[in-house]
Write a protein that binds this ligand. Structure first.
Ligand code: AP5
Length: 224
């Protein structure tokens, strides 16, 4: 980390590819905040805010919340003190429009993206991953019933509370989220590739191997 004045990363990839899981590891390793628009929106839903109620309807159908809403959230979040040394963006940007807004926000802050990490996983594996995902309603820790199960198979290891399944992890909603990804988010792969920022990681490896590949790519970028 010391070789960077600030480290600004984007995690890109289909739903369930492991972006959130990896972002949490990276956040600890580089000591920069993990900023997930999905988590921020779910927090609004939990707090039953007007924005949350509007967003829930869209999220439960696998659609995308409006660019204006998520970009306003990100603008506010990136301006906070703890993001000064960098940030790991997870789930944002998700459309070409959002990518342009992000360019503007970063330019205003006098910063730029160092790397865009594409965690890629084939669609068939996505359905298996998301079907087994469970999370703690209290601390948000994410598990997988087969790949990273809680000790007793049912409760959060940290809080002891029964784990829950996300409302949008039903098979028909997952399929819709995949359609949205291919249609609206995949164009960003090319956009960032053209800018020379993209690193493509095989997300179908086990979690440790994925982390190692990402850390390697971030480290290597410092030498360029
Ligand atoms: P969001 O929360 O961003 O969902 P997503 O992109 O669909 O991503 P997920 O959180 O489902 O998956 P992930 O890649 O983080 O995988 P995870 O690490 O959990 O967005 C939700 C909704 O909010 C959107 O549909 C949209 O409506 C709205 N929204 C959010 N941002 C928006 C934006 N910018 N614009 C508009 N709308 C927006 O891993 C998945 C599972 O696999 C877990 O169980 C995990 O334990 C397991 N796992 C992870 N890695 C591995 C591995 N290597 N091997 C085996 N299992 C693994």
């Amino acid at each position: 980390m010391s070789m960077y004045r600030s480290l600004n990363l984007v995690m890109l990839g289909p739903p369930g590819s492991g972006k959130g899981t990896q972002a949490k590891f990276l956040s600890e390793r580089y000591r920069i905040p993990h900023v997930s628009t999905g988590d921020m929106l779910r927090e609004e839903v939990r707090n039953r805010t007007t924005l949350g109620l509007k967003a829930k309807e869209i999220m439960d159908q696998g659609g995308l919340v409006s660019d204006e809403i998520v970009s306003a959230m990100i603008l506010k979040r990136l301006d906070q003190e703890d993001c000064a040394r960098g940030v790991i963006l997870d789930g944002y940007p998700r459309t070409v429009e959002q990518a342009h807004v992000l360019d503007g926000i970063l330019a205003e802050l006098g910063r730029a993206l160092e790397r865009v990490i594409l965690v890629d996983v084939p669609d068939e594996e996505i359905v298996r991953r998301l079907g087994g995902r469970r999370s703690c309603p209290k601390c948000g820790k994410v598990y997988h019933l087969i790949y990273s199960p809680p000790a007793d198979g049912v409760h959060c290891d940290v809080c002891g509370i029964e784990l829950v399944q996300r409302d949008d992890d039903k098979e028909e909603v997952i399929r819709q989220r995949l359609i949205q990804y291919h249609e609206k988010t995949q164009p960003l792969v090319e956009l960032y590739e053209q800018r020379g920022l993209l690193v493509e990681i095989d997300g179908s490896q086990d979690m440790e191997a994925v982390t190692a590949a990402i850390v390697d790519a971030i480290g290597a970028s410092a030498d360029q």
